[in-house]
Design a protein around this ligand. Structure first.
Ligand code: URP
Ligand code: ZN
Ligand code: ZN
Length: 460
């Protein structure tokens, strides 16, 4: 079965032109003007619409055992939501707690996804401890197609690694050509400040911000960069939220450290006042690092424009408000951290980034697709539109007008932080390797169509 997408305006990170795209057997077979439809091909009229490469969310949690509970999505719900929102590849993190075996963790996460996803997927391997056995297992996991690790400098006692473990992980990654993604916050500062705040009676969600002010994150970035400088490994800072942390990353780059920066759609559009909402409503907005003062948004948008920030992800983390966030009703340190947004990233980035003139269309594609493909060894199979690439395409209708609501979302969570927000434009047709998965904005894909993407390390 082939698909011919006619007369769309193709936009990649560097090009913009009108042409037809013929997709055959999973890949883009030809791009040209006036392609005649082969016999039996489905023809999709994209006149007046953009055609973007399938978007990639490089930071998603589907299954996450965390803070005494679990993130609620399954691959079925998460991949439906991803595709309706224009995301055709997700990168989840295998996150076995410290007490569990690393290889068993990897196999568990694979089993959770294989045959159950409508979109393509791969994993960052979470390194939540490091010893001789773990080292052997990590070598094996890389052989099985994983080319990125994830470390936490936060979450003491759960996922966090100590400095010896961090150093040894980075050395191994350098040897194997693996890129290391990292959650950067100083875990000791967080733990001490949490104790002080709770002892002083500051128990509401607003206390979360005070427990991890910008310097806590900047210290984490500085710390990681020092270790990267001494090991030569390539690093990727996840969910960077503020000017202070970005300044540390830039300083590292100036010293020659190879460091990429990811921010989140939440940090670009929401600020700390949301987490201060009364009647525990603020708990919906509790994540780490926390939502920041609004002044940071301009810094992050400018960073995207200037190439100082490479990617926009979601750190999608679906915890229900009514049954899970409520665990921290009397103590903000017990609110499961995370804000879901996998389904909305592209529409919000387009509406509040492109339409407002903060970023142009090429930057939009670059930071939501191309840069993630490059950082995580998926380019040019993913992240661009060219013959030979996977036929993951988003036909985007810029004239659509609608509103975001938890009532209509596909991801499995009982709220949406963008509830009632207007969107201007949305994916109307989405293909996964040449098969239509979304039509007129509705999911029509196949569970099980999504493949595990084997990756080869390249970051030597
Ligand atoms: O608050 C967050 N970010 N929750 C998800 C876990 C993580 O830190 O990535
Ligand atoms: Zn994190
Ligand atoms: Zn995360």
């Amino acid at each position: 079965m082939s698909i011919l997408i006619k007369n769309g305006e193709i936009v990649t990170a560097s090009e913009r032109y009108i042409a037809d795209i013929l997709c055959k057997n999973d890949i883009i077979a030809r791009i040209d003007r006036g392609i005649a439809p082969p016999k039996g091909a489905e023809v999709i009229d994209a006149k007046g619409k953009y055609v973007f490469p399938g978007f990639i969310d490089p930071h998603v949690h589907v299954h996450l055992p965390f803070m005494g509970t679990y993130a609620k999505d399954t691959y079925e719900t998460a991949s439906r939501g991803a595709l309706v929102g224009g995301t055709t590849t997700i990168i989840e993190m295998c996150a076995p707690p410290r007490s569990e075996d690393t290889l068993e963790g990897f196999e568990f996460w694979m089993k959770n996804a294989v045959g159950k996803s409508a979109c393509d997927f791969t994993f960052h391997m979470g390194v939540t401890k490091f010893d001789d056995k773990t080292e052997k297992q990590l070598r094996e996991i890389v052989k099985r197609g994983i080319s990125s690790f994830k470390v936490f400098l936060a979450y003491k006692g759960a996922f966090g690694v100590d400095d010896t473990e961090l150093y040894r992980t980075l050395k191994l990654a350098k040897e194997l050509g693996v890129i290391v993604t990292a959650h950067c916050e100083n875990e000791t500062l967080v733990a001490e400040r949490c104790k002080e705040l709770i002892a002083a009676g500051k128990t509401d969600p607003g206390g979360h911000y005070e427990s991890r002010p910008p310097r806590v994150e900047a210290e984490g970035v500085h710390h990681l960069i020092s270790f990267a400088e001494l090991t030569g490994v390539e690093i990727y800072i996840v969910h960077l939220s503020c000017q202070e942390a970005l300044a540390e990353a830039i300083r590292g780059r100036q010293r020659g450290v190879r460091v990429s920066v990811e921010t989140l759609i939440q940090y670009l559009t929401l600020d700390m006042t949301y987490a201060e909402k009364p009647k525990f409503e603020g708990a919906k907005y509790v994540m780490s690092p926390p939502l920041r003062d609004k002044s940071n948004q301009e810094v992050l948008w400018n960073g995207l424009r200037d190439g100082l920030v490479q990617t926009v992800a979601t750190d999608h983390c679906p915890f229900d408000f009514k049954t899970q966030k409520v665990m921290g009703k009397n103590d903000f340190t017990k609110i499961p951290n995370g804000i879901p947004s996998l389904e909305d990233r592209i529409n919000v980035l387009y509406t509040y980034g492109v339409k407002t003139g903060k970023i142009d269309l090429h930057t939009f594609v670059n930071c939501a697709s191309t840069q993630a493909a490059k950082a995580f060894d998926l380019f040019p199979r993913k992240g661009t539109i060219q013959p030979g690439a996977d036929a993951d395409l988003v036909v985007f209708d810029p004239n659509y007008r609608g509103k975001i609501s938890a009532k209509t979302q596909h991801v499995n969570v009982d709220y949406n932080v963008f509830e009632g927000w207007k969107i201007e434009g949305r994916p109307s047709v989405v293909t996964v390797r040449g098969e239509v998965a979304v039509r007129d904005g509705k999911f029509v894909g196949k569970i099980g169509r999504g493949k595990f993407l084997q990756r080869k390390p390249s970051h030597f």
